[in-house]
Design a protein around this ligand. Structure first.
Ligand code: SF4
Length: 409
């Protein structure tokens, strides 16, 4: 099988991994993939690639597993999201790659993967690489092959661009460190928020020792080893992913683990994937999860990461779920700010971040504007990038509640 055919085969399911997509920033669409992970827009069209017309360029890229990805820092690049092999000896209940599932697999050797990606990036078809794998021959051996692929790419083929490398369950500490010396980002998918839930989702994965421990090692390495040992003088960022709604876990469980990951292990992102059943897996008859649940989890994780919110601030129901019909920041503000609105001319950074419609950039703009003027009207806020329809019910401007319409909320 040639390399292009392998990429096409892998692309059919490789999009199930989250990798630098702009996820969680917009309300859900109906584009969830059949397997319940990333939106999958991969159509078979490699023959059209050869035709080379501009109109087929995106289709051509999608067929190989290349998609638009947002880098840490905001830049968008064409990221090849693929796997070293889609063969796997594990049997996670939700996964299209699970052992024994009948479909055509593809496997790259490390050298072949490195050369294939190198050709794509030299042809300006792909600019970055996300590389994952099924587990074949154990987590340690699979991790060695992933590392070998990137080692060849970096040290033989002199590729300096973006690499996001997956860490396999059961990898060793030295392998995590080596991966961190070659990559811009590494990730380990926890899939479930705790040991109990993982047992129902992926019975042969061990939550603490195989999945959480490598993330803890990565943070230990970042804290204790000098940064010049990392790739291009920096240690990589860390991410993980949860499957949401497959095994009865509630949002409190997921966000408890998320808060730990963000605050203690400094994860850059936690990805959430609303479950959708995959044909011919043990969960194929399980009900798909509402994509709004995924969206509310993203919003809450951003509040934990960027807005100074704590788990206790989240508007959980008694059953431990977030309401689907309201933004969690607005829910918090309705409970806490309606009677005691925040005076935007005096509030500190932490208080400003609590106001719906005001993000970190808006806070900075307000703090700068206040040095030279008094904020008096909603149009002053609008000019600073504040979403005034959201902020108005919860703020004071120069001691006055701004006039706003009931319909706004
Ligand atoms: S380890 Fe589990 S989730 Fe990963 S590829 Fe294998 S079956 Fe899928």
């Amino acid at each position: 099988m040639d390399a292009k055919t392998k990429l096409e085969l892998l692309a059919d399911n490789a999009a199930f991994e989250s990798a630098e997509e702009k996820r969680g920033e917009a309300p859900p669409s109906n584009s969830a993939a059949a397997c319940g992970h990333s939106p999958l827009e991969l159509k078979r069209a490699y023959e059209q690639i050869q035709a080379g017309s501009a109109s087929t360029l995106e289709t051509k890229k999608n067929s190989l597993g290349i998609h638009h990805a947002q880098m840490p820092g905001g830049k968008t690049i064409a990221l090849l999201k693929t796997m070293l092999t889609s063969a796997c000896e594990r049997d996670c209940y939700y996964c299209p790659f699970r052992a024994g599932r009948d479909y055509r697999r593809a496997t790259f050797k490390p050298e072949e993967m490195a050369k294939t990606f190198n050709e794509l990036q030299r042809s300006h078809i792909a600019e970055g690489l996300f590389l994952s794998s099924g587990v074949a021959g154990g987590g340690v051996r699979t991790q060695d092959r992933l590392i070998d692929s990137i080692d060849i790419l970096r040290n033989k083929l002199n590729y300096r661009g973006y690499v996001h490398l997956k860490i396999m369950p059961g990898s060793e500490r030295d392998q995590v460190q080596r991966a961190m010396q070659l990559s811009d980002r590494i990730s380990i998918n926890l899939e479930a928020p705790n040991t109990r839930r993982l047992a129902d989702l992926a019975p042969h994965k061990v939550f603490l020792e195989e999945l959480l421990r490598p993330l803890q090692w990565a943070e230990e390495i970042r804290k204790t080893q000098p940064a010049h040992l990392g790739w291009q003088g920096k240690w990589p960022s860390l991410t993980t992913q949860f499957v949401v709604g497959a095994v009865g876990e509630n949002d409190l469980e997921i966000l408890s683990t998320t808060a730990y990951l963000i605050k203690k292990l400094r994860l850059a992102r936690t990805y959430f994937s609303a479950f959708n059943p995959v044909r011919d897996t043990p969960l194929e008859n399980h009900t798909p999860e509402n994509p709004w649940r995924e969206h509310r989890l993203y919003q809450s994780s951003f509040l934990l990461r960027d807005y100074g919110f704590d788990l206790e601030d989240m508007p959980f129901t008694q059953a431990g779920f977030l309401p689907l019909d309201v933004d969690p920041k607005i829910a918090w503000a309705r409970q806490n700010l309606v009677e005691t609105p925040i005076e935007l001319n005096r509030a500190d950074r932490r208080e400003l971040l609590r106001v719906p419609g005001i993000g970190p950039k808006g806070v900075e703009a307000i703090l700068v504007a206040r040095r030279t003027s008094i904020l008096r009207e909603l149009k002053d806020l609008k000019a600073l990038g504040v979403i005034v329809a959201r902020a108005a019910p919860f703020v004071l401007l120069n001691g006055q509640r701004p006039s706003w319409q009931l319909s706004l909320w």
